[in-house]
Design a protein around this ligand. Structure first.
Ligand SMILES: C[S@@+](CC[C@H](N)C(=O)[O-])C[C@H]1O[C@@H](n2cnc3c(N)ncnc32)[C@H](O)[C@@H]1O
Length: 303
């Protein structure tokens, strides 16, 4: 409660330095705001570069389908991004939609979503999740489309310059196939849950070499850029990782790849995953990090 009070008083202070004549109405949407439906009071905290990841918690009734996927993101974090980067009724794409977290966020936030997923089981679970967790209360469930298939092919069917926002989290190379996080993996296997995305050779998680994976992922996201309207944004959620003892700065490699494909980097958010378990990696011989954050790369298509 105290924290909330401090936050709003510091936002009020920020607004004080804006000349009165152009001061935005703190609780109203500024008429010049072409990006979202947020007031100044709602907009400003969203520009902070560190967020705490906010999930439902494993015990929540609505976490049942989410748990079926080995690497879902939290729809509540995606809702925040969608609220910032779109207005109600606008069109959002996730080319790696998994079990449909982005579409659930779109339905709740009254945006239209398109999700592409290669794995038929995850695609089916996405539809089931929308029906069970959002249901009829929100008419926008009907505005969500799950397309089962390879993103490389499906993206070719999208109209150029038609999307208002792209938000996604791709496979992180083939790390789910590696041994590094074997304790987490063993726990999933013992509960009968999927430990990776499957063996389909079109799955980006099955590309053997890191450099090839980066180029393939860059090409898919490059196709998304074509479908994005000029001036609109893309948010990509990734984590760095280890390949044996080598630390791979995936977020930086991907940012460079995307800049080469015409997007401009606008910012980086650190998503702190404070709920993650800590393992004694490396102890007592070497520094091996417990990686407890993801990055949200925020890029814009030039106007
Ligand atoms: C990190 S997961 C996304 C999880 C998703 N954000 C969620 O919350 O459920 C990446 C997804 O990409 C899918 N995928 C991998 N290669 C693909 C491809 N070529 N086309 C479409 N989907 C693909 C995988 O099956 C996996 O579900």
């Amino acid at each position: 409660m105290k924290n909330k009070k401090n936050k709003s008083s510091s936002i009020a202070k920020v607004l004080e330095v804006i000349p009165i004549a152009v001061q935005p109405p703190i609780n109203h949407v500024d008429l010049r705001n072409a990006l979202n439906n947020l007031s100044a009071k709602e907009w400003i905290p969203e520009t902070i570069s560190v967020w705490n990841q906010k999930g439902l918690g494993a015990g929540h009734a609505d976490a049942r389908i989410e748990k079926e996927h080995p690497a879902p993101f939290s729809y509540t974090d995606i809702s925040r991004l969608i609220r910032f980067f779109t207005k109600k009724g606008e069109m959002v794409l996730d080319p790696f939609v998994g079990i449909g977290s982005t579409l659930k966020a779109c339905a709740l936030e009254e945006r239209k979503g398109i999700g592409i997923e290669l794995n038929p089981r995850f695609a089916k679970l996405s539809r089931e999740r929308l029906a069970k967790e959002v249901g009829d209360i929100f008419s926008t469930v009907g505005e969500q489309t799950v397309i089962e298939g390879d993103a490389r092919k499906v993206l070719k069917t999208l109209k150029p310059n038609s999307l208002d926002f792209v938000v996604t989290s791709p496979p992180y190379w083939s790390i789910l196939k590696k041994k590094a996080d074997h304790k987490v993996k063993q726990a999933r296997v013992s509960h009968g849950l999927a430990k990776d995305y499957g063996s389909d050779p079109r799955d980006l998680g099955n590309v053997e070499k890191y450099d090839e994976f980066l180029v393939e992922l860059g090409a898919i996201l490059g196709q998304c850029v074509l479908a994005l309207k000029p001036g609109k944004y893309m948010a990509v959620i990734v984590s760095d990782f280890r390949d044996k003892s080598k630390f791979i700065m995936f977020h930086a490699d991907l940012a460079r790849e995307m800049e080469e494909r015409g997007l401009e980097m606008r910012g980086l958010k650190v998503l702190y995953q404070r709920h993650k378990k800590i393992f004694p990696y490396g102890y007592p011989y070497a520094y091996v990090p417990n990686i407890h954050n993801q990055f949200i790369l925020i890029l814009q298509k030039p106007k």
